[in-house]
Design a protein around this ligand. Sequence first.
Ligand SMILES: [Zn+2]
Length: 456
Amino acid sequence: MCSAALDNATRQLGRDIFRELIEINTTDSVGNTTRAAEAMAKRLTDSGFPKSDVQVLGPNDRKGNMVARMHGSGAKKPILILGHLDVVEARREDWTTDPFQFVEKDGYFYGRGTQDMKVDDAILVTTFIRLKREGYVPDRDLILALTADEEGGKFNGVDWLLKNHRNLIDAEFALNNDAGGVTMRNGKPVNVDVEATEKQYADFELTSTNPGGHSSLPTPDNAIYHLSDALSRLEHYSFPVELNAVTRTYFERRAPLENAQTRADMNAILHTPPDPAAVARLSADPRYNSMLRTTCVATRLNAGHANNALPQTAQAIVNCRILPGHSPAQTEQTLVSVFADPKVRVQFLSANGGVEKSPDSKGFPTVLPSPEALRPLEQVAGELWPGIPVIPDMETGASDSIYTVAAGIPTYGINGVGIDQDDVRAHGKDERVRITSYDQGLEFAYRFLKTLTGGK
Ligand SMILES: [Zn+2]
């Protein structure tokens, strides 16, 4: 491993910027992304970026975004690099250390955002400064956008920038540092993930209504029973297995890293039709299950109005993560036929919680990342982590890539920070990152951005 290539000045700068970001609270409740955006803008202009190339802008003074441009020779269309500045809430009493203090302890940096994703923001700002100090000129503009409200809140920065300042961030493709990364076991890299596609998010509201009445005179026609029968049918239903170009490649490349049984199972599901016993064994692992099929699960329940009354209304929320190539409208049809009960109404909920017609949108394309992005990644991963495969991945959650992809900008999730697969603390307590992972992430970003842009 080549973290030795990191000079002391860069290492120190990287820590200073990381500390500054962690110690600016950027939660939706009491935080402020404008302060973080301004601090990073100042870092860049202090290092020689012209003020006209570094802007802080947003819909109000708490939800600012930073956009900085490193000018290239203009041989190709720009590349957009995305990171979000906001973090999930963290309460001092839940944590061992103060989540908004940057704490170095036992070989780790602790603080809210050390995994998701101030770690990457700090690496990107440090790398932009490092390249600037060298006088590096990429073969195309590199645009860095550090944004608000990825984790929640009403002012998503990527969405806002696309709607209000598209020219500032327009690019041939985007690299979202919120996805991808280096998967480790006990501090040893196992594979490098690159997010190539994403599932689509959809909430459905189930409603059963009934005239109700006195609970001393029950009838079989009961809103709670209709709803709970429907949910129990959902519990026992599995959406069909379907592989796409990304997940097929994922299982092909992941198989050699697994134990004998899982390896055999991963190979067996690549056949047509896939081996049902292998599907069943892999589906027992929630991570693999979520990659094999659309999932829909009950997440909320609300019913009845009095202990001594028959329920007039019973409602549940079912949250779906839909495979690319399928729409919420299709998924709604499947749910209706699984429930098989006209007394349970199924309605799509929009992002703001209102009832809407289910969209026909079929989500992300399922193409592998373009060689223009993939080759430099494979090259630099091979330098820093020899023998470790680069594996295209399907994000089963959701990221800001939904906005750029919808705007016609292909987006890949790439970063060089290693996280142990049993130490994922994003959104949780005592979030932390290995100091060695941080240093390697810094070196990765530097080499990757240069290799990507023809750099000497
Ligand atoms: Zn994130």
